[in-house]
Design a binder for this molecule. Structure first.
Ligand code: SAM
Length: 369
């Protein structure tokens, strides 16, 4: 395996060589590394600087990139694990050379997560994290970070796989990226509350081909019940843009208030906030001094996430224009017009053409052209 040294943030480590354009897929090397996930790793570093943690389990280390960075850049004791012998050789080299304070273990993630406990647990598999969340729920003392790259099942493009993995019904429409995030979050909450633990999303986002959750875990049946109150459904009209939300484990039978059609229930999923404003503000404060390679992208992402309304779905401005056969004004103008009328409205981090608002469809339609 040909290796190259790369620099991310304030850290250096070796990874399998890839060409400049990342032309051969990251999973094809004997040890996994995806340069496009730098923003995901940068955000882990930035968030950890705002949290109170003494140790961190990188349960699926691959090259060890995350754990090495956490050790060097956050000064948190990192335990880097992987089940693959080839990955462990590379992680060992990287540890010895770049982060001697870190610890390396080789075992199945579910085994280490069942035997030891850590302040922060990070699960970053290739594909679905579903088989690991149960063990992680007991292993994480304070925080649980989860990456999912199986966006097709989560977003409804592979409907049956999504239902098998997450026990929820997705919907492959214009806001599927948000539904995917909320289905994963809803699934994680259901896996965690069975141990009488509460869950609070600190900063969750969806980008390109992945979803990333950063969760705070608490203790007590009361807190678990409180988290459960946010499990619910989106009900989407199959004929028009109308949708509504409901909290509660059982889906209600609802009808479209615009055209009378029976609504399609999407979920169960998380219907509460996906991020905490105070955490985003702390991350914004920390950002300028953190020397992160994706600083500009992070700046934009954090600003959009901070302003994003708490509704569980968004409207796509192009889809609405096509539906009503109108030629739309600029998206910023639509948002300004809605705000002038006294409604709340924002852009969304999920899509450049997304709008969140509490305005009814008639008002959105008036503001669109
Ligand atoms: N976190 C890494 C990064 O940011 O570069 C990428 C991790 S890669 C997507 C997934 C890794 O998980 C692979 O190295 C694979 O060997 C490891 N893995 C898969 N299943 C595992 C399991 N059950 N236990 C431990 N490691 C596992």
């Amino acid at each position: 395996m040909e290796l190259v040294e790369i620099k991310e943030g304030k850290s250096r480590f070796l990874v399998p060589a890839q060409d400049e354009n990342l032309n051969f897929p990251p999973g094809s090397a004997p040890v996994f590394f995806n340069k496009r996930m730098e923003i995901n790793r940068d955000l882990t570093i930035l968030l950890l600087k705002c949290l109170d943690a003494e140790n961190y389990l990188d349960a699926m280390g691959a090259s060890g990139s995350r754990g090495i960075r956490v050790s060097k850049e956050c000064n948190i004791h990192a335990i880097i694990n992987d089940k693959s012998a080839e990955a462990i050789s590379l992680i060992e080299y990287n540890r010895e050379t770049y982060a001697p304070e870190a610890e390396v273990t080789q075992c199945d993630a579910n085994v280490i997560m069942s035997e030891r406990r850590f302040d922060v647990v990070d699960i970053d598999p290739f594909g679905t994290p579903a088989p690991f969340i149960d063990a992680a729920a007991g292993c994480a003392k304070k925080y649980l970070f989860i990456t999912a790259t199986d966006t097709a099942p989560l977003c409804g493009a592979h409907l049956k796989a999504g239902m098998r993995r997450y026990f929820a019904r997705p919907l492959n429409n214009e806001y599927h990226s948000e539904t995917g995030l909320r289905i994963l979050l809803g699934f994680a909450v259901r896996e965690i509350v069975k141990y009488d633990r509460g869950v609070e999303p600190l900063f969750c986002f969806a980008k390109e081909h992945f979803v990333r959750l950063h969760l705070k875990l608490t203790y007590g049946a009361g807190r678990a019940d409180k988290a459960m109150e946010n499990i619910g459904y989106i009900h989407q009209c199959p004929k028009c843009p109308y949708r509504t939300e409901q909290k509660g484990l059982l889906p209600k039978t609802l009808y479209c208030e615009e055209c009378g059609a029976p609504l399609t229930a999407v979920g169960p999923l998380w219907t509460g906030p996906v991020s905490r404003t105070d955490i985003i503000e702390q991350m914004q404060e920390m950002l300028p001094d953190s020397e992160l390679g994706t600083q500009n992208k992070i700046e934009k992402l954090l600003a959009t996430c901070k302003d994003e309304l708490e509704t569980s779905s968004f409207y796509d401005y192009h889809v609405l224009s096509r539906h009503w056969k109108v030629s739309p004004v600029a998206i910023e103008t639509v948002i300004e017009r809605l705000k002038e009328k006294g409604f709340r409205a924002s852009r969304v981090h999920y899509a450049g053409t997304g709008i969140k608002t509490d305005a009814p469809l008639s008002e959105i339609r008036e503001s669109l052209s």
